[in-house]
Design a protein around this ligand. Structure first.
Ligand code: NAP
Length: 296
């Protein structure tokens, strides 16, 4: 391996410590304990793991979490009622509804039901609109995580060629908006992009948010480029046991990239740290307080 490893776990731990310090200050100086409500519908094992780590992280950063679990058969109206209750709960500053939702529930309706001020995931259309017009607002966690990691390597992204593979509303599109705001030259690629390897080779930074295990290969990467892997894919290992891999063929790409995030231990832990940051900032904004800490 020649690439520098971008240690998302260590960078997230450092950010979490600053968030924990700022959250304690907000509580002691203003009597406001930032609170995150986490909602899970059903028993998806991966979702259970994500929800557990998010609630644990909330406590570790000196904030309060409440956990709300509904059965897999819960009707849409029941979830919408819960969201409405949380919207009006003054001890809750952030609401996270874990996706995916069971088929009887329309995720769009649920996302749109969350009060934009408490939309700490950053998925609400109003939040997306603020971001795309460059107005202040909540920044979605995973794109923010990617941006922070890229800036750890490059400092300024101005003038760099950034290639984002994936155009989802939760990762690819908001990430492209953030990169534009940082003055990168941004290309968004997707499943209909022609000659994707050639497009990727233009990138000084390549972000892979595809959901295809190890799709990005060594010859897709310009020597020395930075590679940020958002993918979380469950695949069987040699013994048939499940393991997690990213969207990038890590071992071979690490031989040519300048810097690369591992999976796990890259974007994942940073995403959770950014969720905590959004919750803390939302608590301050809802109480008319200034931003609790400088932007990371
Ligand atoms: P998504 O909604 O399924 O979007 C995938 C995107 O990739 C789409 O834009 C799709 O193109 C594109 N794509 C699919 N196959 C492609 C191919 N063969 N060539 C080029 N583009 C292709 O996924 P997502 O929600 O953005 O998530 C992407 C990945 O990130 C997943 O592995 C997910 O688990 C992971 N993720 C990780 C975190 C984290 O915290 N680390 C958070 C969120 C997501 P079209 O638009 O043309 O269909």
């Amino acid at each position: 391996m020649t690439a520098r490893m971008i240690d998302g776990k260590a960078i997230a731990a450092e950010l979490s410590q600053s968030i924990a310090d700022a959250a304690r200050r907000v509580t002691t100086e203003h009597g406001i304990e930032p609170g995150l409500a986490v909602v899970l519908v059903g028993d998806n094992p991966a979702s259970e793991i994500y929800v557990r780590s998010k609630t644990a992280k909330t406590a570790a950063t000196n904030m309060r979490s409440s956990f709300h679990k509904l059965p897999a058969t819960a009707p849409e109206a029941e979830l919408l009622e819960l969201v409405e209750r949380l919207n009006h709960d003054r001890t809750v500053h952030g609401i996270l509804v874990q996706l995916p939702l069971p088929p009887q529930i329309d995720p769009r309706k649920v996302i749109e039901a969350i009060a934009p001020a408490k939309d700490v995931d950053g998925f609400h259309p109003l939040t997306a609109g603020l971001l795309s017009t460059g107005l202040p607002g909540i920044v979605p966690c995973t794109p923010l995580a990617c941006l922070i990691l890229a800036k750890k390597v490059h400092g300024s992204l101005a003038g760099l060629e950034a290639v984002v593979i994936g155009r989802s509303n939760i990762v690819g599109k908001p990430l492209a908006q953030l990169l534009l705001m940082e003055n990168a030259t941004v290309t968004i690629a997707h499943s209909k992009t022609r000659d994707l390897p050639a497009v990727c080779r233009r990138g000084d930074i390549v972000f892979a948010a595809v959901g295809q295990p190890e799709m990005v290969r060594r010859d897709w990467i310009k020597p020395g480029a930075t590679v940020i892997d958002v993918g979380i894919n469950r695949v069987p290992d040699a013994d048939g046991k499940p393991k997690i891999v990213g969207d990038v063929a890590f071992a071979e790409v690490a031989e040519i990239a300048g810097a690369i995030t591992p999976v796990p231990g890259g974007v994942g832990p940073m995403t959770i740290a950014c969720l905590m940051l959004n919750t803390l900032k939302a608590a301050c904004a809802q109480n008319g307080l200034p931003p609790p800490m400088p932007n990371p």
